[in-house]
Design a protein around this ligand. Structure first.
Ligand code: AMP
Ligand code: ZN
Length: 300
């Protein structure tokens, strides 16, 4: 098969776009698609400072690479949660640090245990009535938001891709979680001056496309999924959607885009926010936010 743009041998064939490209043309295409997506959803402007949350996986490192290529002023943040399972956090952190060094770009590392005295596994062992994944999500959200606010960034970008977004969408639709559905979008505007604006520039790119981009660009990323089993549900939903995609090309993208269209008529529930007395972040909980309560032992 030949590259549609230059006629050299193609290395990536995207059936849903009826497009086969060589490595160099694919990389240009991927960057251009991301640029268009940033503009389409008005994620941020050329002069804005953007914080990209990097996990060491293909999506977030690919995103960082693309944003640098597009000339944005972008810094990275990595949250070291201390996940053991074959040194998962330590190995991811190495990838992130190596990427930052190779590009000569700044990275903020938040080492949970060094900063707060406990890692996510330490907290999970204390069984505070939260699952491992919910603890991890809570910690990541709080710390990403803190770093974005303290650094005065215009937006916080994550590497969520189309497969992530449609798997979440399927899960939320199966349960008709209207609150979650209303808050699932390529851009979540800030609802409080201390809350970062959240953006997902890769939300229309498939996992296969982001992996191909990382490979074509020689990005060394961590292949493993987080070793915690509860993520199996989202993996199962991804498999279901892949089966659907095989039967009906473009099904994932149209599921997502039709949802975004329908979502325009949803009413986003208003939440009243207090300021946490410990850390100063806005919270829907009274007085002390869920993150600060973790360290007090008063939760669960
Ligand atoms: P996940 O929730 O693990 O699927 O990750 C979704 C996105 O969150 C990734 O693409 C990253 O942008 C970000 N992310 C996940 N884990 C971390 C981490 N440990 N540190 C910083 N950002 C992260
Ligand atoms: Zn707090």
């Amino acid at each position: 098969m030949k590259c549609r743009k230059c006629g050299r041998p193609a290395v990536v064939n995207m059936r849903q776009h009826k497009l086969a490209l060589c490595g160099a043309c694919f990389s240009d295409w991927f960057v251009e698609q991301t640029r268009k997506n940033i503009e389409r959803y008005e994620m941020f402007d050329p002069g804005d400072r953007v914080l990209v949350a990097v996990s060491g996986g293909k999506d977030s490192l690919a995103l960082w690479d693309v944003l640098l290529k597009l000339g944005y002023e972008v810094e990275g943040v990595y949250i070291d949660l201390g996940i053991e399972g074959g040194g998962y956090s330590a190995r991811s952190r190495c990838r992130v640090e190596a990427f930052a060094e190779s590009r000569g770009v700044p990275i903020a590392i938040v080492d949970l245990k060094a900063a707060y005295g406990k890692s996510v596994p330490d907290m999970a062992r204390e069984r505070r009535g939260r699952t491992y994944c919910s603890l991890c999500g809570l910690v990541k959200r709080h710390e990403m938001n803190r770093v974005a606010y303290e650094g005065g960034f215009a937006a916080l970008a994550t590497g969520h891709n189309l497969d992530d977004e449609t798997a979440t969408l399927l899960q939320n639709t199966l349960r008709w979680e209207m609150g979650y559905l209303a808050r699932q979008a390529p851009v979540l505007p800030s609802i409080h001056p201390r809350f970062a604006r959240k953006v997902k520039p890769l939300c229309r790119m498939t996992e296969r496309e982001t992996a191909s981009y990382a490979i074509v660009r020689n990005i060394d990323y961590i292949y493993d999924e987080c070793p915690h089993a509860t993520r199996a549900t989202s993996i199962f939903h991804k498999e279901l959607l892949n089966r659907l995609e095989t039967r009906s090309r473009g099904a994932k993208l149209s599921f997502y885009l039709n949802f975004l269209r329908a979502r325009e008529s949803f009413k986003v529930p208003e939440v009243s926010l207090d300021i946490c007395k410990r850390c100063g972040q806005p919270t829907a909980a009274p007085e002390i936010c869920a993150f600060c309560r973790l360290w007090e032992g008063s939760e669960g």
